[in-house]
Design a protein around this ligand. Structure first.
Ligand code: NAD
Length: 506
């Protein structure tokens, strides 16, 4: 049990958190549980079961048994299930968003935006008959033709983080099953409820039993998935140390692995940037979703005179962000962070920056919210004069905290950004094409924004983290994900000239 237990109120009726194995919903009994909070209130709303090896074996066996028939189901028929699913998700959008908000704390607008990013992944997967088309070359040699086939792998696994309860699972299972694989999904034990809802809708859309299985748990469950001989591929999204562990353990056991890790994303502001638009974009990038995004703009690097032009309005914008509970009609601008423990970690990283010489110019620590005294709140925080040797500069904070580093010129800004061990995203705000070109060419990150604060890619483009932000070869989303969820076969064909097949000559 987490240390948060001492600080929270228990709700009298807890939401059920069943597993879904071989087409059947059931509650696990006799296993340890982990509390799920409504972070807006600090209340326990469910207990996530921490399933183990037995549950994993059942789920993988169910997926393995469903694979032969699902693999033989024509791609157009598999796509039709996903077309129906897409409609059901949109029809149930409000219910899904309320669930995201309740267990994660995002505002309803943020939840809606994130679920739409998920829907776009279903839409992309609906195109699977086209996505699975291979190449052909007639007369590779005389009377010899060649073609490539893309075939499914078998049982694939998805292990997901807390910060996008619907979207990140939807990055994985729609395309994996569209390609003809079967799937076992293990969501974060901090947000296991929305996933129950989105799996129920897939069942309603007519997915055959066993094609998608849902399990709950922590490390024991993950280890059982990583080592199961019938698992062929693993998609992971979470923090970098766990991503590295998943990649190393999974590949050692012969699995194909794509593992997205954490991040620290730099936004360079040139003195010629359009400042009012930049303030708006930077504020959203840093404080949207309470900073709990792997693409959050967590460090602003101001170049030359940009700091003086930017910071007064940025501080004003940050101070005007209303923090509050997101489970009510009157929506705040920003919700809570995921747990009390996480809020305290974020606050202590800010304190460490101050101790090492940085200046707090907007302090959101100790935020109190009327009517929600036990919620896990932290207001928007800006820390100026951060230097790259500080702990605050190096570690992923994952909260509503923007670091500001000041540089003399673009070279210094690029050099500072490139010192990061992570490489998820980076952005530049400028009116100069030359500066933008220099930045996109030299900065060491996979997703680049030019006057775009959160350059997170959409379903048709790969989510291209570099360095400690990604372990693997083929990224999540887009054509790379189709390659990840399939294996290629190359068929070379020759028909002999005087065989019985030459009937047309007679
Ligand atoms: P986390 O690494 O703590 O957990 C992710 C998943 O791994 C969960 O399902 C969890 O149960 C499991 N897990 C946790 N510890 C484990 C262990 N020791 N062994 C095996 N499994 C373990 O991440 P989180 O706190 O849920 O999510 C936040 C992190 O995810 C941040 O670092 C964020 O940057 C990252 N993230 C990255 C992306 C991306 O695309 N790069 C997207 C979203 C979130």
């Amino acid at each position: 049990m987490s240390s948060n237990m001492s600080q929270v109120t228990r709700h009298s009726s807890l939401s059920p958190c069943p597993v879904f194995i071989n087409g059947e919903w059931r509650n696990l009994s006799g296993v340890a549980t982990s509390p799920v909070f409504n972070p807006s209130r600090g209340e326990t709303i469910a207990e996530a079961p921490m399933g183990g090896v037995e549950m994993v074996n059942e789920a993988v066996e169910s997926a393995a048994a469903a694979f032969p028939a699902w693999r033989e189901t024509p791609a157009v028929e598999r796509a039709r299930v996903l077309f129906r699913y897409r409609q059901l998700v949109e029809k149930n959008l409000d219910r899904i968003c309320q669930s995201v908000t309740r267990e994660h704390g995002k505002t309803l607008a943020e939840a809606r935006g994130s679920v739409y990013r998920g829907i776009e992944n279903i839409e992309y997967a609906c195109g699977v008959p086209t996505l699975l088309m291979g190449d052909t070359l007639e007369n590779l040699a005389r009377s010899v033709d060649c073609e490539t086939l893309l075939q499914p792998l078998g049982v694939c696994v998805g292990i997901t983080p807390f910060n996008f309860p619907a979207m990140v699972p939807m990055w994985m299972f729609p395309l994996a099953i569209a390609c003809g694989n079967t799937f076992v999904l293990k969501p974060s034990e901090k947000v296991p409820l929305t996933v129950v809802m989105i799996v129920e809708l897939l069942e309603k859309a007519g997915l055959p039993r066993g094609v998608l299985n849902l399990v709950h748990g922590g490390r024991e469950c993950v280890d059982a998935l990583l080592t199961h001989p019938k698992v062929k591929a693993i998609s992971f999204v979470g923090s970098s140390p766990v991503a590295k562990y998943i990649f190393e353990t999974g590949t050692r056991h012969g699995k194909r692995v794509q593992a997205n890790g954490g991040a620290k994303n730099y936004i360079v502001i040139m003195p010629d940037a359009e400042m009012s638009k930049t303030v708006e974009a930077l504020s959203t990038a840093a404080f949207g979703c309470a900073g709990e995004r792997c693409m959050a703009g967590s460090t602003a690097i101001t170049v030359g005179a940009a700091a003086d032009r930017l910071l007064p309005s940025l501080v004003q914008a940050a101070r005007s962000i209303r923090v509050g509970p997101t489970d009510i009609e009157m929506q705040p601008d920003m919700g809570p962070v995921i747990t009390a423990q996480h809020r305290d970690r974020v606050a202590s990283l800010v304190a460490s920056g101050e101790k090492e010489g940085a200046k707090i110019i907007c302090d959101g620590r100790g935020a109190r919210v009327e009517g929600a005294p036990n919620g896990f709140y932290m207001g928007a925080t800006i820390v100026d004069q951060v230097r790259d040797e500080m702990t605050l500069a190096r570690e992923e904070v994952f909260g509503p905290v923007l670091n500001v580093m000041r540089m003399e010129d673009l070279d210094g800004a690029i050099e500072a950004a490139n010192k990061s061990a992570f490489g998820n995203g980076a952005a530049i705000f400028t009116q100069s094409g030359k500066a933008a070109r220099e930045f996109k060419h030299r900065v060491k990150a996979g997703m680049i924004g030019i006057n775009v604060g959160v350059p997170a890619t959409m379903a048709m483009f790969p989510f291209t983290g570099w360095d400690d932000s990604f372990y693997g070869d083929l990224h999540i989303q887009g054509k790379e994900a189709v390659q990840f969820y399939t294996q290629q076969k190359v068929v070379t064909t020759r028909w002999f000239g005087d065989g019985v097949g030459d009937v047309w000559k007679k």
